[in-house]
Design a protein around this ligand. Sequence first.
Ligand code: ZN
Ligand code: ZN
Length: 146
Amino acid sequence: MKIYVDKIPESGLELNEKIEPGLLSLDEHAVVNFIKPIDVKANVTKTGADIFVDVLLESLVEYTCAKCLSKFEDIFRKKFSIVREVRPAEILELDDEIRQEIILDYPVKILCKAECRGLCPNCGQNLNIGECDCGHNGPIENRPLC
Ligand SMILES: [Zn+2]
Ligand SMILES: [Zn+2]
């Protein structure tokens, strides 16, 4: 998203843009997968040499559970503000900021639900769906090593 400083009217400016997630090089985090373009809404105001940008990001994300590897979708929504001192006629490029803010918001550990039981390490059965028959029953944490 580009902001042309000399095109910001006194009353402020509202910008709407869709960014293809591929353009932000977020792909290295395969556990967080944007499945819709990122909706970027920005409210831009200028006071003297300072520019204020209120940004709202919205998209849909597919996560992969760290324990059971199942995939689930969730809405991604983030608000943040940028304050910058600018020169007249400067062109601000915000894609880097947007990328940083998205990565900052990645969950440390992605779970489909807090009590996810994960996969049986022996047979790979998803224990959220049901117990397996391989004899390694119970949550992974409580299971003796064999
Ligand atoms: Zn899970
Ligand atoms: Zn099993």
